[in-house]
Design a protein around this ligand. Structure first.
Ligand code: FES
Length: 141
């Protein structure tokens, strides 16, 4: 089943929204990460928290250099969502935890559908995603 999220231009890079298709009561978060769109179920696999209401940010990474000094850096800004309940961090692009784990958030494909194609989509005709301008975001749920 396809669900129309809204106009792609209403979700600029670095922003997100939560939509509530009938089939997914907890909602689906739709994120724009540097112009690419991703959708994650708004249910954290840890204890069911509202993951997509969490902060979108980067994460820290650390390495020990050859001289034994600890090098801590901030990376992947805007690519990580942190669950508001216990702050587990997930990659928006994949739904995977940033730490080694089998836990993964359900993700959904997002189509960017041009206006002329949206009309045909509503008639059940197959579509081809093209450009963000004037386009509509559609997720498969
Ligand atoms: S419920 Fe999300 S980190 Fe615990």
């Amino acid at each position: 089943m396809r669900f129309v999220v809204g106009a792609a231009e209403d979700l600029p890079p670095g922003t997100s929204t939560i939509v509530y298709p009938e089939k997914v009561k907890s909602g689906i978060g739709v994120f724009n990460v540097d112009g690419e769109f991703y959708a994650l179920k708004n249910t954290c696999p840890h204890m069911g928290g509202p993951l997509c209401r969490g902060t979108v940010r980067g994460t820290s990474a650390a390495e020990v250099s050859d001289d034994g000094a600890l090098d801590v850096r901030w990376e992947r800004s805007g690519e990580i969502v942190a669950c508001p309940w216990h702050h587990w961090e997930f990659e928006i692009k994949t739904g995977k935890t940033i730490f080694r784990s089998r836990q993964k958030v359900r993700d959904y494909p997002v189509e960017v559908v041009p206006p002329d194609v949206l009309a045909r989509l509503r008639e059940g005709v197959e579509t081809i995603p093209v450009s963000v301008e004037g386009a509509t975001l559609v997720i498969e749920v």
